[in-house]
Design a protein around this ligand. Structure first.
Ligand code: PEP
Ligand code: MN
Length: 386
């Protein structure tokens, strides 16, 4: 295509660096969050969930382009502040949609990535304005636009001086009504042929219901997408916008586990859930009759979870050493407080408080040894001693 002077042509993929997060490299980038920012608490909780799942970018609309003028239009500037605060709190980047010149200025000033939505993909004055800024743009494909029109929209932004365009396929209108839109997976492969720009997939707006989101996400990665933009909500039943297609936190976590395996099989990477315990698959409880073998099988799974949790705890204990003096590693008052608190919790769960006390006795002794070793290793490297 002759007109794709900047968005097309080049052979090797462009990697777009957004404050250290690389789009179009080997890593699959997860961007997730609610359709709309609804309150400070909602986005803080959602950001914690996104981080847990290994996400890199928090999404949340504050200027919502709604089909009906009577639907919730977003919280505006106050919502943007909540989104940015939640993202920073959890060391995430954030993306939000601009719908006109005024919202573009606000989003560009505060968010890390500007989203231009499907309904504005051919708003050429908005594209030119976004092209005049030094901020990456996530450009969604229009609901009834061809791949060529989509790439020409990217060309508008690039021709105006902004090379950092990330494309996003989000489904198109077809005769099919069983999904909200039809996810055009072929478009990913076609874009790969025609353009060097990174391309991600939004399975949520394509599917229109959460049940389909995991399958479409995995298909998108299979066909070569560089990342996913997924709607999730801490409590989708209460969402003011697109709750039906929003994953629950546990569902996002499960999808993250699956993506980790899939990425590895395809020679790509996904950081995976942020702790070892959360990386473990939790199989559905079996409907089989209970036997010695089925019970032992369940115990084996629980044991894996216990060891993964101990590994997460040990990692934290090691880091705590940096905040202690070598002669003040043991903290008896803290140990007593933990054992008392967990003893009560164990009793509430019908578990022996003595068992918890004995386990923690072993854990504390091991932790103290690890912290002293960590500190001594730090001293020798600081002083240069062998
Ligand atoms: C969105 O991502 O919130 C959105 C409105 O999506 P789209 O522009 O793809 O409909
Ligand atoms: Mn939405």
């Amino acid at each position: 295509m002759n007109n794709l002077k900047l968005a097309g042509g080049k052979r090797e993929k462009t990697v777009i660096d957004v404050n250290g997060t690389l789009f179009g490299g080997g890593e699959i980038i997860l961007m997730a969050g609610p359709c709309a920012v609804e309150s400070r608490e909602q986005v803080l909780q959602a950001a914690a969930d996104v981080k847990k799942a290994g996400g890199k970018v928090m999404r949340g609309g504050v200027f919502k382009p709604r089909t009906s003028p009577y639907s919730f239009q977003g919280l505006g500037p106050a919502g943007l502040d909540y989104l940015v605060e939640a993202a920073r709190e959890h060391d995430l980047l954030c993306v939000s949609e601009a719908i006109d010149a005024a919202s573009l200025e606000l989003i560009a000033a505060k968010a890390d990535i500007i989203q231009i939505g499907a309904r504005n993909m051919q708003n050429f004055s908005l594209l030119k304005l976004a092209g005049s800024l030094d901020k990456p743009v996530l450009l969604k494909r229009g609901l009834a636009c061809t791949v060529e029109e989509w790439l020409l929209a990217a060309e508008y932004i690039m021709a105006a001086g902004n090379p950092r365009v990330i494309l996003c396929e989000r489904g198109i209108r077809t005769f099919e009504t069983s999904t909200r839109s039809t996810l055009d997976l072929s478009a990913i492969a076609v874009v790969r042929e025609l353009s060097h720009l990174p391309v991600i997939v939004d399975p949520s707006h394509a599917a229109g219901r959460r049940e389909l989101v995991p399958a479409l996400s995995k298909a998108a990665i299979g066909v070569g997408a560089d990342g996913l933009l997924i709607e999730m909500h801490p409590e989708p039943e209460t969402a003011r916008c697109d709750g039906i297609q929003s994953l629950r936190p546990g569902e996002l976590l499960q999808l993250a586990r699956e993506i980790t395996h899939l990425a590895a099989a395809l020679g790509r990477t996904y950081p995976g859930p942020s702790t070892k315990a959360e990386s473990l698959d939790y199989p559905e409880p079996s409907a089989q009759a209970e036997t010695l073998d089925t019970l032992r099988g369940q115990i084996d799974l629980v044991d894996r979870q216990i060891v993964a949790l101990i590994a997460d705890r040990q990692e934290l204990v090691r880091r705590v050493a940096n905040h202690k003096q070598v002669d003040k590693v043991r903290d008896g008052a803290r140990e007593k407080e933990i054992v008392d608190r967990l003893g009560k919790y164990a009793a509430e769960l019908g578990c022996s408080a003595d068992l918890v006390k004995d386990l923690y006795h072993v854990m504390f002794n091991h932790g103290v040894r690890t912290q002293i070793e960590t500190k001594l290793a730090g001293y020798t490297s600081c002083t240069g001693a062998k």
